[in-house]
Design a protein around this ligand. Structure first.
Ligand code: SF4
Length: 404
């Protein structure tokens, strides 16, 4: 592919060649990535143009989102990330584990509002830390959260037809196998490959599930089990730019080996008044644009690149200049429990701002078209037939059935 670098006058020819190679061959040289993550104009313009060219080749002018409900199954967790506002201790009156009745009520409201995805997001293995929660599970016949989650996914699937996407933290191969028949996809943010973040004073201090090797092992097990998988990086929590690039290459390496990663999220840290990192600086829009564009060039056309619009409400459409092709899950029914102070944009607003930038917005399912096409390999039969009934030949929700 030939792209025209209108802004290339003052750019080092070596980096220009590396960018052109990334556009032509689908992967960026690591040395170039480390330079580009700091790019200033005119190199920045070149980077954005190249990321857009790669996105264009993957998705054309179509940007997707998933219409979902958010089910915070439990806000107990054995970890204690310094940026988390979701987690509660059992003694906190706001601590809560959803009952089957509560789950069904929310899922049913979502179905009535045209949602197709049930996102189960929850704390990581709270039973390993809290006796009272172990009793709560035992009273219902469970010894592990993952078993309760499995049954709740099955319940929602059976009673509402919503497709579960499970996000329960670190999972073993057995855990993934347990959830696979009752989910359309699963996810675990890699967040970072930096071990430093676990040290005293770091955001992952006291978080056994945030050890990078442990998270990479889950991603790898999901690849072996052929699970359509979502992962991503969390930026601005104390990682260096080099470490950020390293995390993206770790994801690309897994994608090259297993081909199971359907989307990579670039999520920006946002301050909240009730977290330990309440005074920590937030990534700027420019930082996000550089990171998204470098992510796109590292990942090539192999996967979607996503960023949450509600975490950059004043400028999220600029992400479309940096190779993004998905806005993630948006709910017309439930709030973003991970960032409760950041309302999701109204879908009509998201559509208008996407179209004003020259793109069309389409609804996708919790599983991407590439993986629906390879459904024999990636989806259990019961999920496959439900998915097939919801999509057009391109693997997206038919336009005549989209609701705005
Ligand atoms: S693992 Fe997730 S839920 Fe648990 S403290 Fe960290 S960010 Fe919060």
């Amino acid at each position: 592919m030939v792209i025209c670098f209108r802004s290339a006058n003052a750019v080092d020819p070596a980096i220009e060649r590396a960018i052109a190679d990334a556009v032509d061959n689908g992967c960026l040289d690591p040395g170039a990535a480390r330079r580009l993550i700091r790019a200033e104009a005119p190199l920045l313009l070149l980077l954005l143009e190249a990321a857009s060219a790669v996105r264009e080749r993957r998705s054309g002018r179509t940007i997707t989102y998933s219409r979902k409900v958010f089910l915070p199954l439990t806000n107990l967790c054995r970890d204690q990330c310094a940026y988390c506002t979701f987690v509660r201790r059992p003694s906190d009156p706001r601590a809560h584990t959803m009952t089957p009745e509560e789950i069904l009520a929310v899922a049913e409201a979502g179905r009535a509002a045209g949602c197709k995805e049930a996102l189960f997001s929850l704390g990581d293995k709270p039973e390993l830390r809290y006796v009272s929660y172990r009793h709560w599970l035992a009273a219902r016949g469970y010894s592990r959260t993952i078993e309760y989650l499995r049954d709740m996914c099955a319940l929602v699937l059976e009673r509402t037809g919503l497709l579960p996407h499970a996000n329960p933290g670190v999972m073993s191969e057995e855990d993934l196998a347990l959830l696979r028949p009752v989910t359309a996809s699963m996810g675990l943010m890699l967040e970072s490959t930096s071990e430093r973040l676990l040290e005293r004073g770091g955001p992952h201090r006291g978080c056994p599930d945030k050890v990078p090797a442990v998270r990479l092992a889950t991603l790898e097990a999901a690849g072996r089990l052929r699970v359509p998988f979502t992962t991503g990086i969390l930026i601005g929590i104390g990682e260096t730019l080099e470490e950020r690039v390293e995390a993206l290459y770790a994801i690309r390496e897994l994608q090259d080996r297993y081909g199971h990663i359907q989307e990579v999220i670039v999520q920006n840290f946002r301050r909240k008044p009730d977290i330990r990192m309440r005074d920590w600086p937030e990534p700027t829009l420019l930082d996000m644009l550089r990171t998204l564009a470098v992510a796109r060039l590292i990942l090539g056309t192999t996967t979607a690149v996503q960023a949450p619009p509600n975490l950059m409400p004043d400028g999220y459409e600029a992400y479309l200049l940096a190779g993004l092709d998905d806005w993630g899950g948006i709910s017309p029914v439930t709030r973003d429990y991970i960032n409760p102070e950041r309302a999701w944009p109204h879908l009509r607003e998201l559509k208008a701002r996407t179209e004003a930038s020259g793109f069309q917005l389409r609804e996708r399912l919790a599983v991407y078209p590439d993986f629906i096409r390879r459904g024999q390999e990636f989806l259990d039969p019961a999920i496959r037939s439900r998915v097939a009934a919801l999509v057009d030949p391109g693997g997206l929700v038919p336009q005549e059935k989209e609701l705005w």
